[in-house]
Design a protein around this ligand. Structure first.
Ligand SMILES: Nc1ncnc2c1ncn2[C@@H]1O[C@H](COP(=O)(O)OP(=O)(O)OP(=O)(O)O)[C@@H](O)[C@H]1O
Length: 271
């Protein structure tokens, strides 16, 4: 059984972890059908930082995130989270994953899905905290609705609240805002980092949006076409908290341009 822990667990026990990956490769299948998804990835995520992974569709970003989450095993190489193997950290409830496809329990209400995540993480009941998280993701008034009664974007926001509710110090977010409308997405982009920064987490985010990557992160890692290698590693030294006004600042736009260039997205020369 998961040992009970309180929200007042000493900081030393709940400090955000360092994530390290050495020479990580992942090959799916064998022989002629083999697909190499990740190639020779060396990566260190410093404790308490937010890193975004961007790259072409199908290049291997989710595979890398899933290996860090302990959901896939590297074919070769090693990953450690605070010195421990990912599946050990996952089993201990010390990491939390949110996917684009939110797997909420259909028979439970939004509030009960979030509360269950707290319970499974060994945290005490706290309906007020659950309510606060649901309110933060804009689900006020929908606490007692079941997933089938929520829109796709609402389900996704509920899944993000559930991910934050565990108090895990490692957040792995795979396109968490993919099905959220543009306006809500921007609001969540600006508000949610304050929550996870307040909790003190190491966060890894896969996103298709370069703007979102810059807005949320301390660092953006650009992956190449499959098999995914790291092709650029760009520090985002934009002051925090990030605000909507940053979106149009020259330094922000220069970073977006730099990342687009690393992705090979450049303007065609005028005819
Ligand atoms: N379980 C699996 N079995 C076989 N092949 C897989 C599996 N998971 C992923 N792949 C393959 O590995 C490659 C990388 O997939 P992955 O989902 O990591 O890419 P991605 O960069 O996250 O893509 P997208 O941006 O489109 O979500 C793809 O060619 C995919 O088909």
């Amino acid at each position: 059984m998961t040992p009970k822990r309180s929200d007042q667990t000493p900081a030393a026990e709940t400090a955000p972890p360092k994530v390290e990956a050495w020479a990580v490769n992942k090959v799916f299948g064998q022989g002629e059908a083999a697909v190499q998804a990740v190639s020779d990835v060396e990566l260190t995520l410093e404790p308490g930082t937010t890193t975004a992974l961007v790259g072409p569709s199908g290049c291997g970003k989710s595979t890398l995130l899933r290996m860090i989450a302990g959901l896939e095993t590297p074919t070769s190489g090693a990953i450690r989270i605070g010195g421990e193997e990912p599946h050990v950290v996952a089993r201990g409830g010390k990491l939390s994953v949110a996917f684009q496809d939110p797997s909420l329990l259909p028979w439970r209400t939004a509030a009960s899905n979030v509360a269950l995540a707290r319970r499974l993480a060994g945290l005490p009941k706290d309906p007020e905290k659950v309510q606060k998280l649901l309110s933060l993701v804009g689900l006020d008034g929908f606490e007692n609705k079941r997933p089938a009664e929520l829109s796709g974007g609402m389900r996704q926001r509920c899944a993000i609240a559930r991910c934050l509710a565990t108090g895990a110090r490692l957040l792995l977010l795979d396109e968490p805002f993919g099905a959220v409308d543009e306006m809500t997405r921007r609001r969540l982009n600006l508000e949610l980092p304050r929550v996870w920064e307040g909790q003190g987490t190491t966060t890894l985010l896969v996103t298709h949006s370069v703007t979102e990557a810059v807005l949320l992160s301390d660092r953006v890692i650009v992956m190449s076409h499959r098999p995914a290698r790291i092709s650029a590693d760009i520090a985002i030294n934009v002051e925090r908290p990030r605000r909507a006004s940053h979106l149009t600042s020259p330094e922000f736009l220069a970073l977006v341009t730099q990342i687009n260039a690393a992705l090979g997205i450049v303007d065609e020369p005028a005819a």
